[in-house]
Design a protein around this ligand. Structure first.
Ligand SMILES: N[C@@H](CCC(=O)N[C@@H](CS)C(=O)NCC(=O)O)C(=O)O
Length: 202
């Protein structure tokens, strides 16, 4: 199951899967998707590949797909060689899943709501307040540490990095603690390598 194609965009959450696969030394095919038209770069109907129409999508040779960040990131971390997710059955594994699920179900959707161009000013203010609350939860989890597990980069941090990178675009100011975590990840060698690999295939 290591032959796969990753559908993504360079700045969306799909980029976290690309970075995770790159850091782990995986060889894979990739193609960008226009999330407005839901066409792939080559012009294919993306809904025919992934009926949900979202990135990240990992398509396997047997026709099966993964299209949830928790699953794609964990699959890629498990098959790579960089230790981006702890081994199954260990206490660390459950804590990793706890972290990646927090990003997927709280941080990401809070930021995601701010991409809606038709929010009223009141709805937008509420969405910003909700996002700030989730950022505060993130920094409470971090408690000043550089990584969510307190020791090393994991796929959960890579996902959080991509989500936090949207802050300027959606008009959210990161708290000093969140900015410090983000800046540390931005300077991480693995993340730099992943971003360079994304730039190289555009
Ligand atoms: N349920 C998925 C959602 C992933 C998601 O929100 N992807 C966004 C990009 S960050 C997307 O593809 N949006 C376009 C669409 O869903 O049509 C997950 O949690 O991983």
């Amino acid at each position: 199951m290591t032959n796969f194609k990753l559908y993504y965009t360079p700045t969306s959450c799909g980029a976290a899967s690309f970075i995770t696969a790159t850091i782990g030394g995986l060889t894979f095919e990739s193609e960008t998707v226009d999330l407005g038209s839901h066409k792939t770069k080559a012009g294919a109907d993306f809904y025919a590949i992934n009926p949900k129409g979202n990135v990240p999508t990992i398509a396997f040779g047997d026709g099966s797909i993964l299209n949830e960040n928790v699953a794609t990131l964990t699959f890629l971390a498990d098959h790579g060689n960089a230790g981006l997710a702890p081994k199954e059955g260990t206490p660390e594994r459950y804590r990793y899943l706890n972290d990646v699920a927090f990003v997927a179900t709280e941080l990401h959707p809070a930021f995601g709501a701010l991409f809606n161009p038709s929010l009223t000013p009141e709805a937008r203010a509420a969405a910003v307040a909700n996002t700030e609350r989730r950022i505060n939860k993130l920094t409470a989890l971090l408690a000043g540490k550089s990584f969510l597990n307190g020791k090393t980069l994991s796929a959960a941090d890579i996902y959080a990095y991509i989500v936090l990178s949207w802050a300027g675009f959606v008009g959210v100011t990161l708290t000093p603690a969140a900015q410090s975590y983000f800046d540390g990840l931005k300077g991480n060698d693995g993340i730099q390598k992943g971003l360079a690999a994304i730039a190289a295939v555009q």
